[in-house]
Design a protein around this ligand. Structure first.
Ligand code: NDP
Length: 303
C-alpha cells in the first residue's frame, strides 16, 4: 500500500447522511478541498462551517471536482440525483471524464448496471463498501472494499485510503458490493438475534442489563468455538462436516427449544423458526449426525 500523503485535491461528496458527513470530514482533515451536495441542504451545515463548499445543485457539485463520491441510501438515489443532471441538455456531458465512487449499499447487479450506465455517459466507476460505522470512518481499524478497474482504483487509492484501509477485490463492479452484503448478512443477523434473545429474557422478567453483558461475551466467544475462518472454509469446501460435539440433531433440538420458549413467552418466532428450518432440512437430507456445518449443504445455492 502506498503510504504517501496525497496532494490536496478537489473532491465532491454527494449524500450527507452520517457516512457521507464522516467521509467528507476525513478528507477535509487531510487537506482536500471538499464540495458537498445533499437533498436536505441543512445536513451540510457542520461541514460548511469547517470549510466545505455547498454546491447549489447536483450539476454544480459534479462540475466542482473530477472525483465524485456518493454516499446514499441506495443506487436509486444516485439516479434520482444525477439522472436529471444528464437528462438536461445544458448538462448532458456533465459526467464525461468524471470518476464516480459509489459508497452506497445495493445489490451487486445494481453496481454492475451503474458501472455500465456511467461508462455510457463517459464516466469511470468504482464500487465501494465501507465496513465501519460513521464514528470510525478515517480512524485506525476502518476499512472498505472496492472493485472496478484496477488502474482506476490505484489512481484514487491515496484519497480513498483516508476513509479507511482499502481492500481491492477485482475488476467486477459487483464484487465489493457482494462482500459488503455478505458481511452485513453476518452483522444484521447477529443484531437481530441479540434483540430477539433480549426480548426472550425480558418477557420472563429478567432485566436486559442482567443478560446483555453475557450475551456480548457469547458473541465474542463465537470465533473460538467455530475455529479459524480458514479452518471453517476448508471444512465447508470439503463438504464432509465431521465431528460429533455439535451435531445437526443436537443443535436442532436446541433450535426447537428456543422456538417453543419464544412462542410460550409471546415473543416473535420468525427468526428462531428460520434457524430451526435449516436444521430440519439438514436432518431431512440425512445429515443429522454430521457437524452443525452440514447446514451449509441446504443453505447454499442448489445447482
Ligand atoms: P442515510 O440513510 O442516513 O443517508 C443517506 C443519504 O442518502 C442522505 O444524504 C439522503 O438525503 C440521501 N438520499 C436517500 N434517498 C435519496 C433520494 N431519493 N434522493 C436524494 N438523496 C437521497 O445513510 P448513511 O449515511 O448512514 O449511509 C450511507 C450509505 O453507507 C448507505 O448505503 C449505508 O448502507 C452505508 N453504510 C452505512 C453505515 C452506517 O453505519 N450508517 C456503515 C457502513 C455503510 P437526505 O439527507 O435528504 O435524506
Amino acid at each position: 500500500m502506498n503510504t504517501s500523503t496525497p496532494a490536496p485535491a478537489s473532491v465532491t461528496v454527494i449524500g450527507l447522511g452520517p457516512m457521507g458527513r464522516a467521509t467528507a470530514a476525513a478528507l477535509m482533515r487531510a487537506g482536500h478541498r471538499i464540495t458537498v451536495w445533499n437533498r436536505t441542504a441543512s445536513r451540510a451545515d457542520g461541514l460548511v462551517a469547517d470549510g466545505a463548499t455547498l454546491a447549489p445543485t447536483p450539476a454544480a457539485a459534479v462540475e466542482a471536482a473530477d472525483l465524485v463520491l456518493l454516499s446514499l441510501t441506495d443506487y436509486g438515489a444516485m439516479y434520482d440525483i444525477l439522472g436529471p443532471v444528464v437528462a438536461n441538455p445544458r448538462h448532458a456531458g456533465a459526467l464525461a471524464g468524471k470518476v464516480l465512487v459509489n459508497l452506497s449499499s445495493d445489490t451487486p447487479d445494481e453496481s454492475r448496471k451503474a458501472a455500465a450506465w456511467a461508462r455510457d455517459l463517459g464516466a469511470d466507476f468504482l464500487t465501494g463498501g465501507i465496513m465501519v460505522p460513521a464514528p470510525a470512518v478515517g480512524q485506525p481499524g476502518a476499512y472498505a472494499f472496492y472493485s472496478g478497474p484496477k488502474d482506476l482504483f490505484h489512481a484514487h487509492e491515496p484519497v480513498l485510503r483516508l476513509i479507511g484501509e482499502t481492500k481491492y477485490l477485482g475488476a467486477d463492479p459487483g464484487l465489493a458490493q457482494l462482500l459488503y452484503q455478505a458481511h452485513l448478512d453476518v452483522f444484521l443477523t447477529a443484531l437481530a438475534s441479540l434483540l430477539h434473545a433480549t426480548a426472550l429474557v425480558t418477557a420472563a422478567g429478567v432485566p436486559a442489563a442482567e443478560f446483555l453483558p453475557d450475551a456480548m461475551q457469547t458473541l465474542t466467544d463465537i470465533p473460538a468455538m467455530v475455529g479459524s475462518g480458514q479452518a471453517l472454509a476448508a471444512e465447508l469446501a470439503a463438504g464432509e462436516h465431521p465431528g460429533e460435539l455439535s451435531t445437526a440433531l443436537m443443535m436442532r433440538a436446541t433450535a426447537d427449544h428456543i422456538t417453543r420458549t419464544s412462542a410460550a413467552s409471546g415473543v416473535d418466532v420468525e427468526l428462531p423458526n428460520a434457524v430451526k428450518s435449516y436444521y430440519d432440512r439438514a436432518i431431512a437430507a440425512g445429515l443429522g449426525t454430521r457437524n452443525w456445518t452440514a447446514l451449509y449443504e441446504v443453505i447454499k445455492a442448489q445447482h
